[in-house]
Design a protein around this ligand. Structure first.
Ligand SMILES: C[S@@+](CC[C@H](N)C(=O)[O-])C[C@H]1O[C@@H](n2cnc3c(N)ncnc32)[C@H](O)[C@@H]1O
Length: 212
């Protein structure tokens, strides 16, 4: 799977990728709603070359992690950010999230357009386990997936479309729904894709890691 994503980032420029946003406005609004402090650890799961990291730095967030299966995608994001700023505030992780175990707790876990690629229940279960372990008690899980009326594929791969209720139920063991919305994304070439957005709050149990 990593080869597929490396090839996608090598072949397509920023404006040739359907998911590109000049400004990740919905992500920033949901992160504001999460209410974490600026030094609270925040991770962008499958962040790719998204400009979210740039915007979080502009907001003075100081503990940002971007994880993606594609090294090329992260290199593109890194290339936009000055080395000393990245060195002080950003961690970059190349990993397949279905095989990754968080090594610390995050106050905010953000995922736009990644969870929906997990069509197999085992992969979804691995993701739920990682998120349950990786989000601190009281922390926030922000997910954006294609909505039930959204496309059946993205980047040539099948996706699972989710409603807010379905997402809340999938993560219900450790998270409760705080807010949800269906928001249309406009691709760089002007077509629209409805996304389901949810903000989930991590309940207090012993599974989540402490912030370090
Ligand atoms: C549709 S793009 C969304 C990128 C970014 N979140 C955004 O909103 O611009 C999906 C991203 O997920 C990454 N990805 C896909 N499967 C992954 C996996 N199993 N583990 C980690 N990253 C993955 C891809 O490399 C790609 O950057």
């Amino acid at each position: 799977m990593s080869a597929k994503w490396e090839a996608t980032y090598a072949a397509k420029s920023e404006t040739e990728r359907s998911w590109t946003q000049p400004l990740p406005a919905e992500s920033l609004a949901f992160i504001t709603d999460a209410g974490a402090p600026l030094d609270g650890p925040i991770i962008d799961i499958g962040g790719g070359a998204s400009r979210l990291v740039d915007e979080l730095l502009a907001r003075q967030h100081t503990d940002i992690t971007v994880l993606d299966i594609s090294a090329a995608a992260l290199a593109e994001a890194r290339g936009r950010i000055s080395e000393p700023v990245a060195e002080a505030n950003v961690h970059w992780i190349v990993a397949d999230l279905t095989e990754w175990t968080p090594q610390r707790g995050y106050a905010v876990w953000h995922d736009r357009a990644v969870f929906h690629f997990l069509v197999e229940p085992d992969d979804q279960e691995a993701y739920v386990a990682a998120a349950s372990e990786g989000v601190v008690e009281g922390g926030s899980l922000i997910l954006a997936t294609f909505a039930p009326a959204g496309p059946e594929q993205c980047s040539g791969l099948p996706v699972r479309r989710w409603s807010a209720d379905q997402l809340a139920a999938r993560f219900a063991e450790h998270f409760e729904l705080v807010k949800s919305a269906v928001i249309s994304h406009t691709t760089p070439w002007g077509s629209t894709q409805p996304f389901t957005w949810v903000l989930l709050r991590r309940r207090g149990t012993s599974v989540g890691r402490a912030t370090t």
